[in-house]
Design a protein around this ligand. Sequence first.
Ligand code: AQP
Length: 332
Amino acid sequence: RPRVLSGIQPTAGSFHLGNYLGAVRQWVALQETHDAFYSVVDLHAITVPQDPRELRESTRLAAAQLLGAGLDPERCTLFVQSQVPEHAQLAWVMNCLTGFGEASRMTQFKDKSARQGAESTTVGLFTYPVLQIADILLYHAQQVPVGEDQRQHIELTRDVAERFNGRFGTTFTVPQPYILKDTAKIYDLQDPSIKMSKSASSPKGIINLLDEPKVSAKKIRSAVTDTGTEIRYDPQDKPGVSNLLTIYSALTGIGVPELVDKFAGQLYGALKTQLAEVVTEWAAPFRARTLEYLADPAELDRLLAVGADKARAVAAPVLAEVYDKVGFLPAA
Ligand code: AQP
């Protein structure tokens, strides 16, 4: 089975629809066909300040949501990043192979640091993509299922993997991004020119999967649509309507052209009302399952400990090989 790896930050509280459609949904599908490793990346989360108690809670909440979305610990390896120390250890080596210039070109860092201001931006945020390189390479992942916003980081991972292999002999698998075109980028409901994002979206622009149904329904009904009245898929001229059609199609499996036929002659309001139903109907069982997992934190912690053991069994020999190749003395 080919190997996949991906991660999600625990800090958002509720995942949003972009996280689900861009990434998590693919994770659930890939566990059936791939040797899948999925991580709640708490080391990444502390690149911005976190309250320790909240971080612990949101890490469990993230794991519960992944299980609620359909990950099955029998079919995949689900673990918390900080419980597998090899990630931080390999990241240091990767920091020493990544150029300052190439890391400086990462657009996500540029955007986030511009929003935060230089004084509040940590070095950790700058080296975040390097930790991500370690996350991926430790597992010899062939594919990395992510949203479009992560493509540049995967490209960097490929470059650094090739550099390491060139310098020290073939060691790492050079990974490919696994990005589904249709749902690669879900847009903000209030500003369909930007991605739906926990840090950049206004509360009205983001659908949180754990929100009360009436809250999500209201946000969808007040989504910004475009001039004109016709419902058609045209991301250039009708980015708002096209985004709603994308979400509708992804959650129901009905193709976009069929949806356009279905809504022919109807107004935007009809699309929004029906989409609100689709989203809230999808979210109800997700929410119920997530709350069930959350109700038993001891069992959740046990599942995650099993996942961390499985992950370490793969990661530890890879790190040992790297340490040896770069010239470190063997540990006593
Ligand atoms: N709008 C999106 N459309 C498609 N995919 C998306 N992803 C995120 N937003 C969209 C994908 O979700 C996965 C987890 O990303 P993350 O850990 O970076 O999640 P996050 O930080 O909680 O999400 P945000 O909203 O993207 O936060 P900011 O903007 O603060 O970084 C990834 O595979 C990502 O591509």
